[in-house]
Structures are given as structure tokens and as C-alpha cells.
Design a protein. Sequence first.
Length: 251
Amino acid sequence: MSDGTPADLFFDAAINLLHRVREEEAEAIAAAGTLLADTVAAGGRLFAFGAGHSSLAAQDVVYRAGGLALMNLLAVPGVVGVDVTPATLGSALERVDGLASAVLDSSPLRAGDALVIISLSGRNALPVEMAVNARALGVKVIGVTSVAYATETTSRHSSGTFLKDHCDLVLDSKIAVGDAELTLDTIPAPFAPASTVVTAALMQAVMATTAAALADRGIEPPLLRSGNVDGGHEWNGRVMREYGDRIFYRR
């Protein structure tokens, strides 16, 4: 590790990744925002899914001040975060064949909706099957993943394919395999993951693009305001009444 404190070096690594994503994924971000705006304008619903720590970026765009009210979390019990005990159960469930099918069969997803699937590696059965089965339902799928995993690891799905192979659009987070940005002679393993920082930024960039695309069409973006500012609750109540049939986190 070169000169600088570990904190400085981590910030540098994260900033460099954000610059790469901004420059190299600009076209894909614009296309993703257009796809979501198309879905909203056509009366479709928006969903986001992620397993384990990938779920953090999905949760970050659901019921969020300044965010689109129509973004719903597609939750799979046991894999949403580290609240399940033991925490390793979530990782095991990601590799279970057939789980995605069971989840989609009981979910509100339908043809004309859009689903963002976040998976850093994109190699496990759950995100691959989620994408395959969602598209079979007529759902548009945006994958947020590190494409590097597809060339440096093997798939854990029976097809031998990755999430990126089953999406209408792919956003590449550029995260290196292993998700650790720093090394130090005195520490035996790489450390300091940046995938959450980068993936959350990617998601918010897409949300901002979606809102602007809707406004360009003369459609007021269904945005939420903070409940901690005056008038926020009243604003949100209006949005939720208007779009209540497309908001599932209140039910």
C-alpha cells in the first residue's frame, strides 16, 4: 500500500471507481433511466432486489426522501441482510435452485413492470434465476453487477451463466473480484470493500435520470419528501394517494 492513511487510500479508491462508473457507464445509466421512465409512463410498477450486502443499495432507493415513491423492494426472506441468524444462511440461500421462482410466484410482479437486480458477483443461482424468470413474465430487467466476475469466476447456476447474461440492460460497478480495495503488509487479507458506495451511487444516478426523463415528458415525477421538513407528510400523502396502486411497501 502506498503513502497515505488507510482512510485516505480508501477514499481515493472509492472516488476513482465513481469516476470510472460515471465515465464508462454514462450511456447505460441514461438507458436505465429511460427504461424506468417508460415503465412509469406506461402504468408499470418498479421493483428492486438484492441479496446480502447487495440489498443495501436496493433498500436505499425504496421509501426514500428525494426518491421515487414507486420503487418497491422485492424481498426474499432470509437474504435481505445480515439480520437473519446465522448470517451465513443468507449466503447459502443465494445458491438454492428454485427459490427465485417461488418468490416471483407470490410477488406482485407482472408483465410491463421493471425489476432492478443487484448482485456484485452475479454468479449465484438466486439472481440468475430471478432475472430469467422475471423476463419470462414480461418484466424488464436491469442488472447491476461487476462484470469482472464473469471472466474471473465460475457461475454457480446450472446453466453456467451470470446475471449479466439475462438482463435487458447491465450496469457494471467495476468492482474488482473480492471486493476489497486495500492491502497492507501487516494484514493477511485484502480489506476495505467499496461495492456499497459505488452501487448505491449507481442506483441514485439512475433514479435521478428517471425523474428528469419523466419531467421532460411533462409527467410530474412521483417523488417523496422528507417527513422531517414542514409539509413533507402532506406532500407524501398526496403522492401515495395518487399512486397507491403501484406502491406495495404500505400494504
